[in-house]
Design a protein around this ligand. Structure first.
Ligand code: KG4
Ligand code: ZN
Length: 345
């Protein structure tokens, strides 16, 4: 089954063609992030205007790269939310029109379900039922979704069935990276820049508080870390390069420790968990990956997206999640073609 995916939940405009939920035939992305550099973040109205301009060229490019024609497509999957409303409207309106004109079923996919299924993309084990033994993804899995808007822990029993067992009480992990980076004078989005600076630092140089460590909870809280960083920078005064790198490394360690400590707690309470999945933009962070390996050891199998491209927002994960949605829930998942349908239902 070949699905065209469309994703426009934030600044990016992405289209992808994916076969059987896992084999990525193409994934094309246009980002307006450069346009927002120095502006402190994405300006929703401007992002949507840019998406109107590039959505059709991006879809055309994805179909061309995948070497498929309209006849080859079995369905169209589009991000229905959450995200910036104007941006979502560009994607959903385009998908509705294409589905209507091309006479294809339309699937509305929750953005986070896309991230959850991103671990299956381009994995040989997901491709065929012939996969055996440890190569088959086994449920129940624990997924940690860490992006600019989310820090969620979900217990997954199937592709479409999951229970959220922990979430952030304030900032998301990506926001903690972005806000910390801004305080350190790094460009937006700050996660990649902060982790690069941290590579040259000593993560034991400074100690940050351990959020919610006395509470029996799987929730997260990052705003205290950001406030501690603010006061640390105020007290340090002028920074030389080594100090900046040490602060970045210690701050990154504190975020990653908070995230991985929750996973340790969940594993202690749910020893039946077979796999741990790390998804979302922050899953690109290499220190988070290594700390997760240290915490999990051989208690469960760890997976993250096969490529960095699949960590951040992309349409391949939406096409992948659309496939599993259709497989597990059938035709009831098809969206109506009417323009009155809410984009967030
Ligand atoms: O999933 P994503 O592309 O978009 C949202 O749905 O939010 O995640 C973007 C977030 C940003 O906060 C960005 O700073 C963070 O992911 N990020 C990273 C890294 N790469 C991206 N954070 C830490 N380390 C990275 N290497
Ligand atoms: Zn995302």
């Amino acid at each position: 089954m070949i699905i065209l995916g469309i994703e426009t939940s934030c600044d990016e405009t992405s289209a992808a063609v994916v076969e059987d939920g896992t084999r990525v035939l193409s994934c094309s992305i246009a980002s307006s992030m450069k346009h927002f550099e120095g502006k402190g973040g994405v300006i929703p109205e401007e992002a949507a205007r840019k998406q109107v301009e590039c959505i059709l060229p991006v879809v055309t490019e994805a179909m061309k790269q995948a070497q498929v024609t309209v006849e080859d497509l079995d369905a169209i999957a589009v991000t229905k939310g959450p995200g910036l409303l104007g941006s979502l409207l560009v994607g959903t309106a385009t998908a509705r029109v294409l589905a209507h004109v091309w006479k294809k079923p339309l699937l509305g996919v929750h953005h986070m379900m896309g991230h959850l299924d991103s671990v299956w993309l381009d994995k040989p084990e997901g491709r065929s039922q012939k996969a055996e033994g440890s190569d088959v993804i086994s449920f129940p899995c624990l997924s940690l979704s860490v992006s600019g808007g989310h820090s969620d822990l979900r217990l997954r029993r199937t592709h479409t069935e999951n229970t959220m067992i922990g979430t952030t009480r304030d900032d998301a992990a990506g926001e903690a990276f972005d806000k910390g980076a801004t305080l350190l004078g790094l460009p937006y989005p700050g996660g990649p820049a902060l982790s690069k600076l941290a590579e040259h630092g000593d993560e034991r140089a400074y100690t940050f508080p351990s959020p919610l460590h006395k509470e029996h909870t799987f929730d997260f809280s990052f705003s205290g870390l950001k406030t501690s960083l603010k006061y640390l920078l105020r007290d340090c005064g002028e920074l030389h390069d080594a100090m900046r790198a040490n602060i970045a490394a210690s701050y990154q360690y504190a975020i990653c420790h908070h995230l991985t400590d929750r996973i340790r707690r969940v594993l202690d309470e749910h020893p039946d968990i077979k796999e741990i999945h790390l998804v979302g933009g922050v899953s690109a962070n290499s220190r988070l990956r290594s700390m997760l390996q240290e915490v999990v050891g051989d208690r469960a199998r760890i997976r993250w997206p096969a490529k960095l491209l699949y960590c951040t927002d992309n349409a391949a994960m939406i096409a992948g999640a659309g496939y599993f949605l259709m497989k597990e829930e059938g035709e009831k998942t098809f969206q109506p073609f009417t323009t009155q349908a809410s984009v967030t239902h």
